[in-house]
Write a protein that binds this ligand. Structure first.
Ligand SMILES: Cc1cc2nc3c(=O)[nH]c(=O)nc-3n(C[C@H](O)[C@H](O)[C@H](O)COP(=O)(O)OP(=O)(O)OC[C@H]3O[C@@H](n4cnc5c(N)ncnc54)[C@H](O)[C@@H]3O)c2cc1C
Length: 271
């Protein structure tokens, strides 16, 4: 006899939450609650992939959602990649270039909010990453510098209405400094990952020195595409090795003279 086909995503029942008494309290790895969380995420992913996302809740731009910090990766001395998972049953869908709003309580117990561009959303839409530069005197930076794994943070979004239409323009010139490149990265990634989109991209970004540049690995991946050109302007480095010839301009701030100079080779109608 043929095995029973798996239920369609619409029919698949929500996994049952274990009772407190189902946990033996011996610290098992995984615990029944870990298995439940995992099954719930699989169920949620199937709902979204099966087009039944109304059964899962989309992250709201009006109300804050408590998300759990699952990893912190240092990109430079002061810039970090923070990855959050959404609560079970919730998902985030965003367009390239959009941002989220973080709300937190400051040390003197005031509610403070700051915007952060979405760097990446996991394929199953249940987790997202942001890249944040911490300022020693920044109100929210000081809160973030105390974050540890598992902390719950309040986020809402996505916000921002930038829309890229493939091949509306044959060339896109993108200009950003420091963390200002984060929204550009998701736009670039979406264009390069779309085989039908042959828009030529030129990213010009400014950092103080080579050790401040991030995310180096992804910029190298982008640089391997025929339709991507990178120009890094380092204002405080005298020399630095390029990963492709002509990519780095040292001892140079981004200013109008540079934009107009043949070094960038921008179209006349743009400059
Ligand atoms: C749409 C959008 C997207 C953004 N995306 C990102 C992102 O992806 N990553 C990112 O890191 N940031 C991003 N930002 C910036 C971010 O929202 C915050 O502004 C940043 O994190 C600083 O917040 P803070 O509370 O730590 O610093 P704040 O307290 O707001 O201070 C900012 C700076 O001013 C200085 N400062 C504060 N008070 C004074 C004072 N009285 N006198 C002199 N200097 C002072 C601080 O030292 C610090 O350097 C984005 C902003 C917008 C609007």
């Amino acid at each position: 006899m043929d095995p029973k086909p798996p239920p369609s995503s619409a029919e698949e029942p929500v996994p049952d939450k274990p009772l407190d008494s189902d946990c033996c309290g011996q610290g098992c790895q995984p615990c029944v609650f870990d298995i439940y969380e995992q099954n719930l995420r699989i169920w949620q992913t199937r709902q979204i992939q099966g087009g039944n996302s109304e059964l899962a809740t989309r992250m709201s731009s009006d109300n804050f959602t408590s998300c759990s910090l699952v990893s912190i990766d240092a990109l430079t001395d002061s810039t970090f990649l923070y990855t959050f998972s959404l609560p079970p049953g919730q998902y985030l869908r965003s367009n390239p270039g959009q941002h989220l709003i973080l709300n937190a309580l400051s040390h003197d117990k005031h509610s403070v909010s700051r915007q952060y561009s979405i760097y990446h959303v996991k394929d199953d839409c249940t987790a997202f990453s942001v890249i944040i530069k911490l300022y020693s005197e920044g109100v929210v930076s000081r809160i973030i510098s105390q974050w540890s794994f598992g902390i719950q943070c309040r986020w809402r979004g996505p916000m921002g209405d930038f829309v890229h239409t493939p091949l509306k323009f044959s060339k896109l010139f993108l200009l950003g400094m420091g963390t200002g490149i984060v929204p550009l990265l998701s736009v670039i990634r979406s264009i390069l990952n779309d085989e039908m989109d042959e828009t030529f991209l030129h990213l010009v970004c400014g950092f103080r020195q080579m050790t401040d540049v991030f995310p180096l690995d992804e910029l190298k991946v982008f640089s391997a595409f025929w339709n991507f050109k990178l120009t890094l302007c380092l204002s405080r480095d005298k020399t630095a090795p390029s990963f492709r010839p002509g990519q780095i301009i040292c001892d140079q701030r981004i200013d109008l003279d540079l934009i107009k100079s043949p070094k960038l080779n921008l179209p006349d109608d743009l400059v």
